[in-house]
Write a protein that binds this ligand. Structure first.
Ligand SMILES: N[C@@H](CCC(=O)N[C@@H](CS)C(=O)NCC(=O)O)C(=O)O
Length: 212
């Protein structure tokens, strides 16, 4: 089997999720840099890999894929140990549910509408759209409340072991926590804060997200 190739920027949450899964599996990979801030994901060579102009794109054994949830499930099937999906149907639907919540609501609320205007835009010399951030706060609050409810008393979203859901949520919450709005929301969901603490001790997280 060939070594997987991830095309994207190391700062991207979705790129991080794919790299976290590969690290959890102990699979070496190549990261081919596509600069997010410079907009290289909208350039012709990347659009061949990902026609929607997003990152990451992923190559393995002569096949090319995009869409992170699909890539994560592929990684889990092709590299079997350790399993990143629970063994039971209820465990698996939980993980799939949390992954879908991130893709459908959590990423937009936390990253597109809070982290990017609050942190990334000012770091590039622009001004925060306060109305955009304000409007996103209820959705971000619901995101945290729901994933807190779904985590319940378990250590991880799929139960006792780390799953794909944990690897999709963590990079998103790490950036949300870098905003005052995110800090206030996390203070209100201590079980999620504690889960972030557990996740931060993992070797995969230290390898892929060293400064966060
Ligand atoms: N549904 C896509 C979402 C990927 C995505 O939104 N990636 C972000 C980086 S974390 C991106 O490419 N943003 C750049 C843009 O939207 O222009 C997937 O699962 O791959």
């Amino acid at each position: 089997m060939s070594q997987p190739v991830v095309y994207g920027d190391a700062i991207s949450t979705y790129v991080r999720s794919v790299r976290l899964a590969l690290e959890e599996k102990g699979v070496s990979h190549t990261l081919v840099a596509v600069d997010l801030v410079k907009g290289q994901h909208k350039e012709a060579d990347h659009l061949v890999r990902h026609p929607w102009g997003k990152m990451p794109a992923f190559e393995h054994d002569g096949n090319s894929f995009y869409e992170v949830s699909a890539i994560l499930r592929y990684i889990d099937e092709v590299f079997p140990e350790p399993a990143l999906m629970p063994a039971t149907p209820v465990g698996r639907i939980r993980v799939n549910q949390v992954m879908s919540i991130v893709d459908s609501y959590g990423y937009a609320a936390s990253i597109t509408n809070i982290f990017i205007p609050r942190v990334l835009v000012p770091s590039l010399g622009g001004q925060t759209d306060e109305a955009q951030v304000e409007a996103a706060k209820p959705q971000a609050a619901l995101f945290l409340k729901e994933i807190g409810r779904l985590l319940g008393d378990a250590s991880y979203f799929g139960g006792a072991a780390v799953s794909l859901a944990d690897l999709l949520v963590l990079p998103v919450l790490t950036y949300l926590r870098a905003t005052p709005e995110g800090q206030a929301l996390l203070a209100a969901t201590p079980s999620i804060e504690a889960w972030m603490g557990r996740m931060s001790e993992r070797g995969s997280v230290q390898a892929v997200m060293p400064a966060t």
